[in-house]
Design a protein around this ligand. Structure first.
Ligand SMILES: [Zn+2]
Length: 454
């Protein structure tokens, strides 16, 4: 079974699902108030790869990822643009799924929307208030973190340390709170704001309450894995967990967080002003390039996104697509067991995708060498293993059969191969120009001329 770094335990541990062979995952989704940024793209891809790999390894996976469709930021945008908050939500949820589809991120099994769970959130808050773990103030209802065993598990700080270090970032309503780290479960609505009824007054749920209710509701107590970007570990995940603990429910067994996206060494986020949207990136580049870039960095390390790293990823894709075209005609074969074992070893070691890819690139080179030497039977199981492993990571190779190249074009490519074999370089160049003028990209591969639509 895969071993993953657990943020709470601060060590790499085997996943050990509560039901062997079945993995339940909850990954915090977006607040839909603007286009997704590169960090959203990264967490979506990281957990898509983990999900696919777990399935490839024989597990059934239930993957839940929410849509936060009520939030201060949504309300602010609607107000600024003079439209309704539901219009903002509808627009940016569509933008979100378009980006996910473009990247080949599989849709979650469930994509709960916060607004559909408000009643259940009110129930949880009532339970917390009834137990003395939460209390109303004049602007909302707050959780009393001092009532929670082990608060600070994910922050790796005690409450005293948090107060001393000013580590608590959420200062909303700080003057009315019993403890600076107490956080809002329910926020009373100001006039004109969207609201739902509650025993304490009309309002809306806090973000931390959304995820704890939806994850437990859909996946049940003690679900296997809670994931998200590292910036969510504290306070968001800490505060989700605090509510579950306070009502005596088992929460996530493992906590998995991916690292930041950096541009010029700085965390990519809107607040830093280096905001490049995922949508912009996908409009300008092969969507697979971003997946490849994400795979080439270990998920816990920072990911450097620059024009250069994207260009490198695109060049690598060209190489993989050339491999796909070159091996498309090989017979079906059982994937080479040793290649798959090596791949599995890397992936099971805390999702070592860079190591796994490096191993596969070596096999791609070996396949090319064997084909050059006319040893197709030896290359066939190796090629099948590479395809299987890339598929486990969700990296699609361009399907050559989908690119129906007309016979006259294939004849030109074959004529060019003959010219090259006869060292008639003038003729070879002339045939290349003819192919280009017909709208094809021409590649010289060890297997001969390869053409595809430009
Ligand atoms: Zn969440």
């Amino acid at each position: 079974m895969i071993r993953l770094y657990d943020t709470a335990a601060r060590q790499v541990l085997p996943l050990e699902p509560r039901t062997p062979g079945e993995v339940s995952m909850y990954v915090c989704g977006p607040t839909v108030y603007g286009p997704p940024h590169l960090g959203h793209g990264r967490f979506s891809l990281v957990f898509d790869v983990l999900r696919r790999y777990l399935e490839w390894s024989g597990n059934r996976v239930r993957y839940v990822s929410n849509i936060t469709d009520i939030d201060d930021k949504i309300i602010d945008r609607a107000e600024a643009e003079g439209r309704s908050w539901t219009e903002v939500v509808t627009e940016f949820e569509t933008v979100w799924w378009d980006a996910m589809d473009a990247m080949g991120v599989r849709r979650p099994d469930d994509d709960p929307h916060a607004t559909a769970y408000v009643e259940r959130m009110v129930d949880l808050i009532s339970d917390l208030v009834g137990r003395g773990a939460a209390y109303p103030t004049d602007d909302g209802v707050y959780l009393s973190v001092e009532q929670v065993d082990g608060y600070g598990l994910l922050a790796h700080q005690s409450l005293d340390e948090m107060v001393a270090g000013g580590g608590e970032r959420e200062v909303h309503g700080a003057g009315r709170k019993r403890h600076p780290a107490d956080f809002a479960l329910w926020k009373f609505a100001k006039p004109g704001e969207p609201s739902w009824p509650s025993p304490w007054g009309d309002g809306r749920p806090g973000w931390h309450t959304e995820c704890v209710v939806m994850s437990l509701d859909l996946l049940g107590d003690g679900f296997d894995l809670h994931g998200g970007g590292l910036d969510l570990a504290f306070p968001h995940h800490e505060n989700e967990r605090a509510q579950a603990v306070a009502v005596g429910r088992d929460f996530a067994r493992r906590w998995v967080h991916n690292g930041f996206v950096e541009v010029g060494g700085e965390k990519m986020s809107k607040s830093l002003g280096n905001f490049t949207t995922l949508t912009e990136l996908l409009a300008e580049h092969d969507a697979r390039a971003y997946r490849l870039l994400v795979l080439r960095a270990h998920y816990r390390r920072p990911l450097e996104v620059t024009a250069d790293t994207i260009a490198q990823a695109e060049a690598t894709l060209e190489r993989l697509d050339a491999f796909a075209r070159r091996t498309a005609e090989l017979d079906e074969a059982e994937p080479d067991a040793a290649v798959l074992d090596a791949f599995r070893t890397r992936m099971d070691d805390d999702l070592d995708t860079p190591g796994a890819l490096a191993g596969l690139f070596d096999v791609v080179s070996e396949v090319n060498r064997l084909l050059d030497a006319g040893a197709a039977p030896a290359a066939t199981p190796l090629a099948a293993a590479v395809r299987s492993a890339l598929d486990a990571m969700g990296l699609d190779l361009r399907d050559p059969s989908a690119e129906l190249v007309p016979d006259d074009v294939l004849a030109l490519a074959a004529a060019r191969d003959r010219a090259r074999a006869e060292k008639d370089w003038g003729m070879a160049d002339q045939l290349r120009d003819e192919l280009v003028s017909k709208g094809y990209v021409v590649e010289d591969t060890p297997g001969g001329t390869v053409v595809r639509r430009a």
